[in-house]
Design a protein around this ligand. Sequence first.
Ligand SMILES: Cc1cc2nc3c(=O)[nH]c(=O)nc-3n(C[C@H](O)[C@H](O)[C@H](O)COP(=O)(O)OP(=O)(O)OC[C@H]3O[C@@H](n4cnc5c(N)ncnc54)[C@H](O)[C@@H]3O)c2cc1C
Length: 365
Amino acid sequence: RKEERVAIIGGGPTGLMAAWDLAVRGHPVTLYEHEEFVGGQINTIPRYHLDDESLKIDLARWKNLDITWVAGKRAGVDYTPKSLLAEGYEAVLVAIGASKPRELNVPGEHLAGVYHALPFLLAMNERPGGLFGRTGRRVVVIGAGDVALDAARSARRLTQGGEVLLVYRRGPEDMKATPEEKSGGEIEGVRFIFYRAPKAILGQDHVEGLVVERTTHGPPDAKGRRSLVTVPHSEETIECDMIIVAVGEVADVSGFDPDYDFKFSSMGWPEGKRPDWMTDVEGVFATGGRSVVHAMAAGGRAAAAIDAYLAKKHGRAPEPRPDPFGGSEPPPVVPPGYGGATWTPVTPGSGHGATRSPAPPTTTS
Ligand SMILES: Cc1cc2nc3c(=O)[nH]c(=O)nc-3n(C[C@H](O)[C@H](O)[C@H](O)COP(=O)(O)OP(=O)(O)OC[C@H]3O[C@@H](n4cnc5c(N)ncnc54)[C@H](O)[C@@H]3O)c2cc1C
């Protein structure tokens, strides 16, 4: 076991993989997460794509490593990477992903019945009945990426007798969603409405409709890309009783001072500018990934970079990458009745002696 403590901020696949790879190299790791559960955006993946049991089995693999779990504490509010360095961690990985919803910035966006896609999908996985008390609803999803399709297809599963409309300001050829998601939506009865840009959300206490304007292609912009213009006097109202906004996510780095000078990936997560993802603050690294596999690969590479940085600092050779899943051991089995990955919050600042709360309880077969 090494003395050099490492802190990781974010318990999504990037942070989890980095925690694993550092812990099996012998580093005491503390993983800070502002939610009460681990897994990050994996928790928003609809259950028709990823079932609960598989997720629990995977998370159970993190048990028994030298990882201190700190839940319910937010970087930028309760601590910062720099404050963790000052506390004695020798390296910090920022693995916070990009899960702050991008806003539409139209009037009415904060009416009841308007959801952003990630909280909607999370709630769908946790308590769908609470979101849709009745059938026959008309739901409008705004956006055209995979998350928009996940939201539309999830809403479709709970609107028997109702309708789900996906509204996009461009045409079908510009949709970012994969062909599988698009055809999945079509087969399941999602209705696509193209070339409509949201202008306002109507309603008194609750959403009643979406005002849209027609759009069309204008002259190419300076980079030669097709621009989009709204057609004058083309407003129309789409009646609905729920709107799901799925126009992208950004990282929430409020509370992080500018010294880190993050660069942001095209999908919004913060990264360090150096090839090893170190930021402008020595010892603070940042990375993420656009899919679970990419994020886990990024976490593994960040762990190697952090280990190499600490090895150089302490004049020793870096550790080779250990077998990430412990060789030929059988996979863990989740005990019956186990409800999910729960964490015991500890007080930041209490250091490595903090209460250790392992990831999900597990037995091996
Ligand atoms: C709806 C949806 C469906 C998807 N479907 C798929 C799919 O089918 N297949 C696939 O491979 N990928 C899918 N993805 C993408 C995949 O989930 C992400 O690429 C991956 O989760 C990114 O991992 P990450 O660890 O970098 O970030 P995240 O998963 O976003 O994890 C970041 C973690 O950091 C925490 N955090 C954020 N800010 C702070 C802070 N200030 N302080 C402390 N903690 C913080 C968050 O709570 C979160 O737990 C999907 C994503 C979404 C949103």
